[in-house]
Ligand binder design. Structure first.
Ligand SMILES: [Zn+2]
Length: 366
């Protein structure tokens, strides 16, 4: 069978898969800790994971920003993936909160200026987890049509075994995140932030990119691999340490905001220390760009900044986005290490650095 024949024969399955995928990712329901028929009010909204009025608006041109993502559709395109222009009303949204829970729960980050309070850091992190869970559930529910597509594409070979392994991995990933969310749900309901850890880096200028993300760190900014966290991934009985982070606009410039539950201290504490520790010639703003492009699929950028990047920077950032999708970009541990590229200049970060570790503010000055 030629590739043309194969494409034709699987055209219908591909169409079905894409339709199902779109439908699942738009599934509307409320993920709030106290969601239910008697507590939810209003329709499920397109909830922003990045503040629209402040952060997205600050990097928009004519109400639009660049969404930077690599997926299997864009990866195969020649010349690398092109950024997609999206309106800030749609950018970073997910349909996982009802009107009431979106309004009331996140008022402290949507309606108040960011000061770096533990509550604000927690809410930014909580919303990242909700989005991630919404996405994971949608991906899992798309598996049956993915299986049909894979079967149609494979011709004589049987892809079932591969898909089964893939499906098992997805199911475990979703189950583990549901478990992580439960401990965050409890904090939200009890409004007791004693178990919350935060680290905030303030920049003197507005960042060129905004993001909201949650992930399991497997290596730090010095290339040290977290074997303990790596070994927990993909196991039903284990809960890997998860960190959430956002890059946002703040009243005096911008901020990188990290948050984690204290049960994740074993990994997140050294991870944050490696970020704020001094590496000759490296800067925190560039380190944040490396982190976002390597580990987040929810990155939005100023079109002006993206258009002015050097060819070298574009090539490296595209490779970072493709990381994990292409087999040739297997994990080696040095992903977040300094790469010598100046991507951004968000101000004299080290002199304006305030880190809160274990609830105690620590000032780190150059
Ligand atoms: Zn609700």
């Amino acid at each position: 069978m030629t590739s043309d024949d194969s494409t034709k024969s699987s055209g219908r399955e591909y169409w079905d898969f894409k339709t199902q995928q779109r439908k699942n990712f738009k599934a509307s329901y409320c993920l709030h800790a106290e969601a239910g028929p008697h507590t939810c009010r209003g329709k499920v909204v397109k909830a922003h994971t990045i503040q629209r009025a402040t952060s997205l608006n600050a990097i928009a041109l004519n109400g639009h920003v660049f969404k930077l993502e690599v997926n299997h559709d864009t990866l195969s395109k020649e010349g690398g993936p092109a950024p997609r222009e999206v309106g800030i009303h749609r950018a970073s949204t997910f349909t996982g909160l009802c009107q009431y829970h979106d309004d009331v729960t996140f008022a402290a980050v949507e309606k108040q200026a960011f000061t770096g309070s533990v509550q604000q850091c927690f809410l930014l992190g909580y919303r990242s987890i909700l989005r991630e869970l919404h996405k994971k559930r949608a991906a899992e529910e798309t598996l049956p049509s993915l299986l049909k597509l894979a079967t149609a594409n494979s011709g004589a070979s049987n892809p079932t075994e591969f898909i089964d392994t893939f499906a098992a991995g997805m199911r475990i990933g979703r189950q583990v995140l549901e478990r992580v969310k439960k401990s965050w749900d409890r904090i939200l309901i009890e409004r007791n932030f004693d178990e919350v850890r935060t680290a905030v880096v303030f920049f003197s200028k507005c960042p060129d990119i905004m993001t909201s993300s949650a992930y399991y760190p497997v290596a730090d900014f010095d290339g040290q691999v977290f074997d303990a966290n790596l070994s927990r991934l993909g196991k039903t009985s284990e809960t890997p340490s998860l960190i959430t982070y956002s890059i946002i606009k703040s009243p005096n410039g911008g901020a990188a905001v990290f948050c984690w539950h204290r049960s994740a201290d074993d990994i997140c504490d050294p991870f944050i220390r490696s970020l704020v520790g001094t590496r000759p010639g490296d800067r925190l703003d560039d380190a944040m760009v490396r982190l976002a492009f390597t580990t987040s699929d929810n990155v939005f950028a100023s079109s002006m900044w993206w258009s002015n990047l050097t060819d070298e920077a574009l090539e490296v950032l595209n490779a970072r986005m493709a990381h994990g999708l292409a087999p040739q970009t297997a994990f080696h541990g040095g992903e977040l290490e300094r790469d010598g590229i100046r991507y951004v200049d968000w101000g004299m970060v080290r002199r304006r650095l305030l880190v809160t570790v274990h609830g105690r503010p620590q000032e780190i000055i150059d």
